[in-house]
Design a protein around this ligand. Structure first.
Ligand SMILES: [Zn+2]
Length: 79
C-alpha cells in the first residue's frame, strides 16, 4: 500500500516536471515543482536558468562528449 502511494506521488510530481538549464554553464536538472523559480544558477550563480515543461511521457537525455560538448535530446515514450 505504501509503495502505491509512493508511485502515485511520483506520477503526480512528474505531471509538473520541468527541465531547467543554465545558458552560461549548462548546469541542468529536473525540477519537480514547476512553480519554483530559480533566481540564479546554483552552480555559477550567473544568469537565471531557462525552464522547459516535460510531459509525463516525455524524457530527455544528456550526453557529455570528451571535447566538453553537451548534447541534449528530447523524446516521447510510446505507451
Ligand atoms: Zn550556470
Amino acid at each position: 500500500m505504501a509503495s502505491q502511494q509512493l508511485i502515485n506521488g511520483y506520477k503526480k510530481r512528474m505531471q509538473k516536471a520541468n527541465f531547467v538549464i543554465c545558458s552560461s554553464c549548462f548546469w541542468c536538472a529536473t525540477c519537480f515543482d514547476a512553480g519554483k523559480e530559480f533566481p540564479a544558477c546554483p552552480a555559477c550563480k550567473g544568469s537565471p536558468v531557462d525552464s522547459l515543461p516535460i510531459s509525463e511521457n516525455e524524457f530527455y537525455k544528456v550526453e557529455i562528449a570528451g571535447n566538453r560538448n553537451i548534447e541534449l535530446s528530447f523524446g516521447r515514450s510510446e505507451r
